[in-house]
Every structure is written in C-alpha cells, then in structure tokens.
Design a binder for this molecule. Structure first.
Ligand code: HEC
Ligand code: HEC
Length: 299
C-alpha cells in the first residue's frame, strides 16, 4: 500500500512538473513572438490638407475599424477583456497625455497601418494590418491626415496583456501577428478607383477577411474570445445564407444589423460597416457574387 501511494505521488509530482515546464515554455515562446523586432523602412507619404481629404480619412477610420478599436475620439478603447485571451486596448492615437509621442512620424503611421509594426519595432498584436496593407496611396495619406487632425485626448494607453489561451494559440501558430504574415519588401499599394465595380469591391472587402477569412467562407475567428460566434459564409455556397439574398437584403443587413428574416446580427459583426456608402456596398456585393462557392469554415 505504501508503495502504491509513493508511485501515485511520484506520478503527480511528475505531472505538475511537466505542466510547469509547458507553462514556462509557452510563456517564453509567446513572449519571444510578441517582442520580436521587425526592421521595416517606408517612404514618407505626401499628406493632403484639404477638407475633402480629411472627410475621406474620417470615413475610412469609421468604416475600417480604427474608431472601433481606438475609440471614436481616437483616445483609446478597450477591445478585448477576457481571462483567456487577455486585456487588449487600442492605444490613444492622439497627442494628448498618454497618446502617441510628439516625435511620432508619418512614416511611423505607415509602418503601423500597412505593416503592423510599431514605432519601437514590435509586431502589433490584434491590429489587422493585413487588411490595410494595400490601402491606395491616397487613402493611406487621407487616413493619416485625419488621425493627425483629431484634437488631443488625455487618456493613458494600456499595453496589451496577452492572456494564456492567446499565448498558446500564438505559439501554435493559430493566432498570427500581421507583421509575420505581411510580405514587407514586396508590398504594393492598390491602384483602384472608387466605383460600383468588382475591383473596388475586392479592395473594400479586404476589411472583411480578418473575420470572414481570406476565402470569405467564415467560421471560427481565431483571435476572438471563445464566446464570439463564428463568422458567416459570404460566398454563394448553399451552406451560407447569401446565395438566397438580394442586393437589397445585403444592404439592409449591413445598415440595420438585421437579416431578411428579422433575426439580429451578433454585435461581433461590426456595426461601423453601416457607414459604408452606397458605392462601397454595391461594389462589395458585386465582388461577393464573383467568389468561388466554398462550404462554411474552409479558410
Ligand atoms: C481590432 C482592433 C484594431 C483595429 C481595427 C485597428 N487597430 Fe490600431 N492598434 C490596435 C492595437 C491592439 C494596437 C496596439 C498593439 C500593440 O502594441 O501590440 C494598435 C496600435 C496602433 C498604432 C500604434 C502603433 C505604434 O507605433 O505603437 C497605430 C498608429 C494604429 N494602431 C492605427 C490604426 C489605424 C489608423 C487603424 C484603422 C485603419 C487601426 N489602427 C485599426 C488595435 C486595432
Ligand atoms: C470583427 C469581425 C468581423 C468583420 C471585420 C466582418 N464581419 Fe461580417 N460577420 C461577423 C460575424 C461574427 C458574423 C455572424 C453574426 C451572427 O451570426 O449573428 C457576421 C455576419 C455577416 C453577415 C450576415 C451573413 C449571414 O449569413 O447572416 C454579413 C452579410 C456580413 N457579416 C458581411 C460582412 C462584410 C461585407 C464585412 C466587411 C465589410 C464584414 N462582414 C466584416 C464578423 C465580422
């Protein structure tokens, strides 16, 4: 009997030691990922100063998620607060107390938005730069001009605290930093004109891929907390709903947050897209019609 307890005790001690080693390993590997430094040089953008450009910049900030994650006043906002995934704030992007340093340059903005790389060189966590990397030169410039025009907000930024499950997913490669995915040297800004065209739809719909997947088949959103619903299949496949929708159903769903059958869309589907203008929505709809039909969650 004494021997039996000794064996059980040894197995337990061994298990605890193994778990401790695993925890240390995950923490060490994920920290290495989060603190890795990327060297990216970018050209300085030529910023516009006219009112129309600032309005365009504001429209982009509102419809591409910047205001969702960085606050409508750009003074910073809580994005994720979940014991498993962490406590993640979009930092204050103004020059108020707690905001960006006074020497934050236009190139630093380009590096953050297009490349997912912070001014100090670390890969930005959660910021979906993979969706923004191909902004046209003029959209990039209008966006930066707008962010710089916002009045200063005094609000301390909170550095991301990445939770244990997010760390495991980082180490397992299920969550990827945009900086790791983007081809920094080969990056080419889009050249496309606004219009109700498939090409412009593909351009605008880049902001849907972070959640709906590169092939728009939907499914589990890897960087999201466990309580986030899966994203919907936006391809014309019968396993999704859009095959049975008309363009006006699509408009109504994005603008009102309700499907044709009256059911509400989960708020994880950003309401900010309601501000996409008619041209942008028409273009996205036209583009979605051209997608290869694939079953849900096959990204
Ligand atoms: C899903 C949330 C999210 C969205 C959408 C988002 N950001 Fe961020 N952004 C973050 C987080 C989180 C950080 C800080 C990450 C870190 O420090 O690792 C950040 C950091 C930044 C930084 C600071 C980089 C630095 O040098 O420290 C800038 C500038 C920025 N974002 C601009 C933008 C702009 C412009 C947009 C819209 C085109 C945008 N962000 C959209 C979450 C987001
Ligand atoms: C932050 C994540 C996120 C982003 C970004 C996002 N979506 Fe969604 N979307 C979702 C989720 C989650 C659902 C499922 C909501 C539900 O089940 O109630 C959804 C549902 C939808 C639906 C409803 C489809 C259906 O079958 O009910 C449409 C349409 C849609 N999204 C279009 C878009 C478009 C267009 C974009 C880009 C302009 C976009 N989404 C960007 C998360 C996102």
């Amino acid at each position: 009997m004494r021997n039996f307890f000794k064996i059980v005790l040894r197995v337990l001690v061994g298990l605890v030691a193994l778990i401790a080693v695993l925890v240390v390993f995950v923490y060490w590997r994920s920290s290495a990922r989060l603190h890795r430094i990327y060297q990216v040089t970018v050209p300085s953008p030529a910023l516009p100063a006219d009112v129309a450009a600032l309005e365009r910049g504001h429209h982009l900030a509102a419809t591409r998620g910047c205001l969702d994650c960085h606050g409508t006043d750009l003074g910073g906002a809580k994005v994720i607060d979940d014991p498993a995934m962490g406590l993640i704030f979009g930092p204050n992007l103004t020059h108020g107390r707690g905001g960006l340093p006074p020497n934050y340059s236009d190139q630093d903005f380009v590096r953050a938005v297009r490349h997912g790389v912070a001014a100090d060189g670390h890969g930005l966590f959660l910021m979906p730069s993979d969706d923004y990397k191909e902004f046209t030169e003029s959209d990039m410039a209008d966006l930066i001009a707008f962010v710089k025009s916002v009045p200063p907000v005094d609000r301390e930024s909170v550095a991301p605290r990445v939770g244990p499950v997010a760390r495991v997913l980082l180490v397992a490669g299920k969550i990827k930093l945009a900086a790791d995915v983007i081809d920094h040297a080969g990056l080419k800004p889009s050249v496309v004109r606004p219009g109700a065209t498939v090409a412009y739809g593909r351009y605008v719909a880049a902001s849907c891929t972070g959640c709906h997947g590169a092939n728009f088949s939907g499914g589990k959103i890897d960087a999201g907390p466990p309580n986030w619903p899966p994203a919907a299949n936006l391809t014309p496949h019968p396993s999704g709903r859009l095959a049975r929708w008309t363009e006006s159903d699509f408009f109504a769903a994005i603008r009102t947050g309700r499907r044709p059958d009256g059911t509400p869309l989960d708020p994880v589907m950003p309401r900010a897209f309601a501000q996409l203008n008619d041209t942008e929505l028409k273009a996205i709809w036209a583009f979605l019609q051209t997608l290869p039909s694939v079953p849900t969650s096959t990204r």
